[in-house]
Structure formats: structure tokens, C-alpha cells
Design a binder for this molecule. Structure first.
Ligand code: LMR
Length: 334
């Protein structure tokens, strides 16, 4: 009788513990630096919803927006160490990781239209770039769009020379450094979370970003002038820790891949409208003057910044730059 009850308790305990094991979800910590109310913030939320639903709760996605967990440089280190599993850093932030080719996206005027961008990110060029992350212990799952950048400062910006001598905050990309120098400005690398305060206290005079980032970080409250230069692009690569990803049960990985594909479509569908809405809100705030370049001014900006493409050939690779230009030609751009 005693033996019977002992066996029964052992059996019951093993049922309980395997049930508990089955219920312990796989946690994906997804850290990012922007507000929830941006294309990236919204797409991350959509991914969480889709991933948790598709895996029936076997995966839990914890979102850490607005640099609440890590700032720019730290988040990449944290991903490599496995302290977080997923990030979506801007393409301008992969240089310090040793993958300089991602800076091709930062070249001024490299994308004459969003269609060229899509054929790059969704085609072999994009796939090839993501592959370069693997030796770093990172798997690239896709590209998320944000938008083309505006310039801001406390002084009016019409011609490139208007930024001469100004201290301008940039992301860690060497292409962005060259771009600001081509304007005669002094670039300064700062983490995204530090930009508002740096602008407010005058540590830097101005910066660049798509309107969605400018507005949600309230930069327009500390910048009197915004100019729609659209001189360069800002987008993201969604990345995961390779060891974590490869170690997932195959069925879970397939579900997460599917969720990521849908979230990516969503991200790319909302980016433009989110930026349009943000620009409208900036204009309505009355705190900053929004200026649209005329044709003559736009030509001056191109003249000042196009040489950066040639100057950066050594860093990015001539072939990569010309393969992007070829995509543009195929789509009918001259
Ligand atoms: C920036 O640092 O300006 C951007 O990369 C922030 C972001 O992630 O959009």
C-alpha cells in the first residue's frame, strides 16, 4: 500500500513538473531606442501580437522601447552576449560591429525612390547584407522602413552652406560623418536617447532624422527650423542572437519567421503615413518652421552631397554602390 502511494505521488509530481515545463514560455526580449508611436515601435508591437498568437503562448515577446533597457551601442553588445534576443537597430549603426557595408543605406541620394529601396532590401542585395551578420553571431530577419530624413537647427536652413560650422548630431556611421563634413558642419556621434537634451542644452546645434523620430522625441520643441531636404534614408534591420535562434524548436522558428514576415509588411506599409502624420503635427505645433526646398536649392544640396558617394567607395565597396545604382536604373531612374 505504501509503495503504491509512493509511486502515485512520484507520478503525480512528474505530471505536474512536465506541465509546468510545457507552460514555461520562451522569452524574446526585444529592445529598441524609439518611441512606441513610431513605425518601428508599432511594428515591434505587431510582431509581439502575431508571434504570441502563432505560437499559442509558447513564445512571449517582451518589448523594451525608448532605450529603457539599452542605448544604441549597448544594445548591440547585449544582443551578442545574449542579454536580449531581438533588436531593430538603424542601418547606420552596424559599422562599429564591423559590417561597414550597411552604411550604403546612408549615402546621400542613393535611393531616388522607395521602389529602389524595396528592390534592394527584398532582393539579393538585402539578403547578402544580412548574411554578413552571421559571423558576428547575429541572424538578420528582415528590413523595416522608416523614411527620408529632414535637417533641423535653430537657424534657417535653405542652402547647404547654412549649416557651415554647426555642430550636428549623427548616428555612428562614417558615411554620415562624411556627409556632414561635406556641408562644412561638425558631426558629433551621440546615442539617440541623448539627442533631445543635447539639442536643448546646446551641446549640438542641429540634427537629421525622419519626422517620426523628430516629433516623438519632441526635438521640434528645441529646434526652431526644420527643412525637408530628404537627402538620405533611415531604416532598420531586425536581428536576433544566432545561438538563440538556431536553438529554437524548428516549428517555433517557422511560426516566428511567419510572424516577422507579416510584421515587416505592416512596418513598410505604415512608415510613410506615420512620417506624414508626424510632419503635420510638427507644423501644427507652431514651435518650429518647416521649410520645403525649391528646385534651385534642391540642386545645390545634391551638388554638395553627391560627391560623398564617390568618397565612400573605399569604405562601402564600389560594387555594392553600383549594384544599388543598377536597381535604380532597372526601375527607370537615370
Ligand atoms: C537615430 O539614432 O537617430 C535613429 O537610429 C533612431 C532609430 O532607431 O530610429
Amino acid at each position: 500500500m505504501k509503495l503504491k502511494s509512493l509511486l502515485f505521488s512520484l507520478l503525480a509530481a512528474s505530471v505536474v513538473s512536465s506541465a509546468a515545463f510545457a507552460q514555461t514560455p520562451i522569452v524574446i526580449k526585444f529592445s529598441h531606442v524609439v518611441s512606441v508611436d513610431t513605425p518601428k515601435g508599432k511594428a515591434a508591437e505587431r510582431f509581439k501580437e502575431l508571434a504570441e498568437k502563432a505560437t499559442k503562448g509558447r513564445v512571449k515577446v517582451e518589448l523594451y522601447p525608448n532605450s529603457t533597457l539599452y542605448k544604441d551601442k549597448e544594445e548591440l553588445e547585449a544582443l551578442q552576449l545574449g542579454a536580449v534576443q531581438m533588436l531593430a537597430p538603424s542601418l547606420a549603426k552596424f559599422g562599429p560591429l564591423g559590417v561597414k557595408e550597411f552604411e550604403v543605406f546612408d549615402l546621400p541620394y542613393i535611393f531616388p525612390g522607395k521602389d529602389v529601396l524595396s528592390s534592394v532590401t527584398e532582393g539579393p542585395i538585402g539578403k547578402g547584407l544580412l548574411k554578413k551578420l552571421e559571423p558576428k553571431g547575429i541572424v538578420g530577419l528582415g528590413f523595416w522602413d522608416n523614411g527620408f530624413k529632414v535637417m533641423s537647427s535653430n537657424k534657417p536652413i535653405h542652402m547647404p552652406a547654412d549649416l557651415k560650422g554647426q555642430k550636428l548630431r549623427i548616428q555612428s556611421s562614417k558615411v554620415l560623418d562624411a556627409q556632414m563634413r561635406a556641408l562644412g558642419a561638425n558631426p558629433q556621434v551621440l546615442a539617440f536617447s541623448e539627442v533631445y537634451q543635447a539639442l536643448q542644452t546646446g551641446v549640438v546645434d542641429g540634427t537629421e532624422n525622419p519626422p517620426s523620430n523628430l516629433y516623438t522625441q519632441k526635438m521640434h520643441e528645441v529646434q526652431k527650423h526644420v527643412t525637408l531636404t530628404n537627402h538620405g534614408y533611415l531604416g532598420y534591420a531586425v536581428i536576433v542572437n544566432k545561438k538563440f535562434w538556431d536553438g529554437l524548436p524548428a516549428d517555433i522558428r517557422t511560426e516566428l519567421d511567419g510572424a516577422m514576415k507579416t510584421a515587416t509588411k505592416y512596418a513598410n506599409a505604415i512608415a510613410q503615413q506615420e512620417n506624414d502624420k508626424a510632419l503635420e503635427a510638427v507644423t501644427k505645433s507652431g514651435k518650429t518652421t518647416v521649410y520645403a526646398l525649391n528646385d534651385k536649392e534642391r540642386a545645390e544640396w545634391r551638388k554638395a552631397l553627391l560627391p560623398v558617394q564617390k568618397e565612400m567607395e573605399g569604405r562601402i565597396g564600389k560594387e555594392l554602390i553600383s549594384s544599388v545604382n543598377k536597381e535604380a536604373a532597372v526601375l527607370g531612374y537615370k
